[in-house]
Ligand binder design. Structure first.
Ligand code: FES
Ligand code: FES
Length: 150
């Protein structure tokens, strides 16, 4: 076991972890941040997407130890982060949320996409969200939501 430090949504935490623990497990089970979902647990579905130092990662396969000293943004950051709040509202307004299981990951992936490319084309939006699977909506509502933010 060893201690790591993470700044999560602006708050510094010192956390005792097992070296084999994933960042998703630390967020959900040790910090109680259950907004980040576990779907496949294998890096394929994007439900667990968060930002580590501004880059989107699949937290289910990201070793927590590798995040030591990093800034983490999760969907719970929506409370303090106006940009995330705008993205969330756009998803609601465009009917891009049904069961909602994929939504936290989609919102975080959108955040990373727009940080990297504030004026993406439809094709770039689809590519930017291609690592995030949704079994409910089809993807057009999400593309429309992201376009409304450009
Ligand atoms: S739960 Fe992480 S990619 Fe599916
Ligand atoms: S809204 Fe249900 S999985 Fe996307």
């Amino acid at each position: 076991m060893l201690n790591i430090q993470l700044t999560v949504n602006g708050e510094l935490h010192t956390i005792l972890i097992d070296p084999a623990e994933t960042l998703l497990h630390v967020l959900r089970e040790k910090l109680g941040l259950t907004g980040t979902k576990e779907g496949c647990g294998e890096g394929d579905c994007g439900a667990c997407t968060i930002l580590v130092n501004g880059k989107s990662v699949n937290s289910c396969i990201y070793p927590a130890i590798q995040a030591d000293g990093c800034e983490i943004l999760t969907v719970e950051g929506v409370e303090k982060n106006p940009k995330l709040a705008r993205i969330q509202q756009a998803f609601v307004d465009h009917g891009a949320v049904q069961c909602g299981f994929c939504s936290p990951g989609m919102i975080m992936a959108t955040c990373a996409l727009l940080d990297e490319n504030p004026t993406p084309t439809d094709e770039e939006i689809r590519r930017g969200l291609s690592g995030n699977l949704c079994r409910c909506t089809g993807y057009q509502a999400m593309v429309d939501a992201v376009k409304s933010l450009i």
